[in-house]
Design a protein around this ligand. Sequence first.
Ligand SMILES: Nc1ncnc2c1ncn2[C@@H]1O[C@H](COP(=O)(O)OP(=O)(O)O)[C@@H](O)[C@H]1O
Ligand SMILES: [Mg+2]
Length: 220
Amino acid sequence: MRSILILNAKGGSGKTTVATNLAGYYAAEGARVALADFDPQGSSTDWLAARPDTAARIHGVEAHQRGLRVPRSTDVVIMDAPSRTHEESLASLLKRAQTVIIPVVPSPVDIRAAQRFFGELRALRTLVQKDVKIATVASRVREGARTTEDLEDLLMDVRLPSGRRFPFLTWIRQSSNYLKAAERGMSIFEFAPLATAADREYWQPLLRWLASARSIPRNG
Ligand SMILES: Nc1ncnc2c1ncn2[C@@H]1O[C@H](COP(=O)(O)OP(=O)(O)O)[C@@H](O)[C@H]1O
Ligand SMILES: [Mg+2]
């Protein structure tokens, strides 16, 4: 079973947006998907409740209450982390994941918070003891925003204690399609291709990375 954690201690960084769109993408591809909501606010759970019966089925797990119990036949579990995850709860989430995606918004406040968060991740020894593949994406990116360059500089150079870099994969554009998708329990990949082509395009490096051996730990 593939396990992918969407993580960032900062609220509003796009975790639930990335988690739900990824879940919808894999489900539409025919995979058996579980969406594990670790956030007591329950945004992923709400999204799933709005999902139409006609859409590909996704198994919801209220993991913050019941722990991570997924059906044995699950192909992919997407874990939506709560904001303000630190120390033990951070380590415990990391232990469950093969792959971690960290969305970061290009704003000065978010960039500073991300810097601190990367420091925290580095300080967690679990990261070096167990191989977890981590990558970053820029999230809610507005065309031409100046802070986008600062974020790119930061994300290009985030390293693990081993000296290995976290790959920076792509920009996820700010787009009303994500708001529509959030409201309807859908992913942008389940809307008419023409209406979402520009947004989908930016997901390709992330989807390719997730499909490649580079995002899967050798022992995991
Ligand atoms: N790429 C995007 N384009 C437009 N709105 C977005 C995008 N990503 C997130 N949002 C919106 O920003 C808000 C915060 O995003 P969310 O995914 O809930 O973040 P988090 O789960 O990290 O708190 C939500 O209202 C969401 O719909
Ligand atoms: Mg969320």
